[in-house]
Design a binder for this molecule. Structure first.
Ligand code: NAP
Length: 276
């Protein structure tokens, strides 16, 4: 088994994820895994970094596929005995003008952004080594979507005692409500992406609380963040930030020094803790 520190970035064959891997290759003292659902796209990205003189390693990971997540878990356990840095970056968004029915958009978006991220956490968080760092890439849209929720939902999502099971139930309820076209009546905002990112931010708050309760002495720091509005296939060419600039806050959180005890359980953008 290797004692080398190891970092994993999900959805990192392009966009912000690739920029996070690039920065970690330069700054993280250990092995950096670029992961992708499609091995061809993943290997091509590794080759691109190699051209730049950077060494990333590759492992397949489709966050929608529990088998794929378990295969990565087993690999990390076997080869490294755990994990030091996890960046949950993989995500999807339908374009604004997409004509796919809203209920389908809701189910598909929640599947990857919320349930996929959660499934990765379920398998990989138990592997986190002491002083590990976990970064869940959410979005500012989670905050605006929260403000678009009914008072009752806002209270639940801001609660310091909400459980992961309760959050999962609420995310499932959103999908079911969109199928019946009653989601707005039930207090949800009209954005599937926004609700999926509410899920990611609230999940991060819950996970940080559980780490406090169950692994206090291990100094693991876990946060959600927004990369900003970034020029990628998702956000388009008009966005103000380059992928490298978008990677700055996630990388800052991934590399918080071992002396740090904060931020933890926060929503962070531009390296600044934001109110939730
Ligand atoms: P992007 O360029 O579209 O990249 C998304 C990445 O996620 C791709 O590598 C994609 O792989 C991967 N992915 C999608 N579904 C996956 C799955 N099931 N399993 C594994 N990987 C999967 O988007 P981006 O702008 O870099 O976004 C990265 C993250 O930042 C997302 O979580 C996004 O919501 C968040 N974010 C972005 C912005 C922005 O302005 N760009 C703002 C706020 C938050 P494929 O190539 O195979 O599709």
């Amino acid at each position: 088994m290797s004692n080398v520190p190891v970092a994993v970035v999900t959805g990192s064959n392009k966009g912000i994820g690739l920029a996070i891997v690039r920065a970690l290759c330069k700054q993280f003292p250990g092995d950096v895994y670029l992961t992708a659902r499609d091995p061809g796209r993943g290997q091509a990205a590794v080759a691109q970094l190699q051209q730049e003189g950077l060494r990333a390693l590759f492992h397949q990971l489709d966050v929608d596929d529990p088998q794929s997540i378990r295969a990565l878990r087993d690999f990390l356990k076997e080869k490294y005995g755990g994990l030091n840095v996890l960046v949950n970056n993989a995500g999807i968004a339908f374009k604004v003008n997409d004509t796919t029915p809203f209920a389908v958009q809701a189910e598909v978006t929640l599947k990857t952004n919320f349930f996929g991220t959660r499934n990765v956490c379920t398998e990989l968080l138990p592997l986190m080594k002491p002083y590990g760092r976990v970064v869940n890439v959410s979005s500012m849209v989670s905050s605006s979507a929260l403000r678009g929720c009914s008072q009752e939902l806002q209270q639940k999502f801001r609660s310091d005692t909400i459980t992961e099971e309760e959050l999962v139930q609420l995310m499932n309820k959103f999908v079911e409500d969109t199928k019946k076209n009653i989601h707005q009546k039930e207090g949800w905002p009209n954005t599937a992406y926004g609700v999926s990112k509410i899920g990611v931010t609230v999940l991060s708050r819950i996970q940080a609380r559980l780490l406090n309760e169950q692994r206090k002495g291990d100094h693991i720091l876990l946060n959600a963040c927004c990369p900003g509005w970034v020029r990628t296939d998702m956000a388009g060419p008009q966005a103000p930030k380059s992928p490298e600039e978008g990677a700055e806050t996630p990388v800052y959180l991934a590399l918080l020094p071992s002396s740090a005890d904060a931020p933890h359980g926060q929503f962070v953008s531009d390296k600044t803790v934001r109110a939730w």
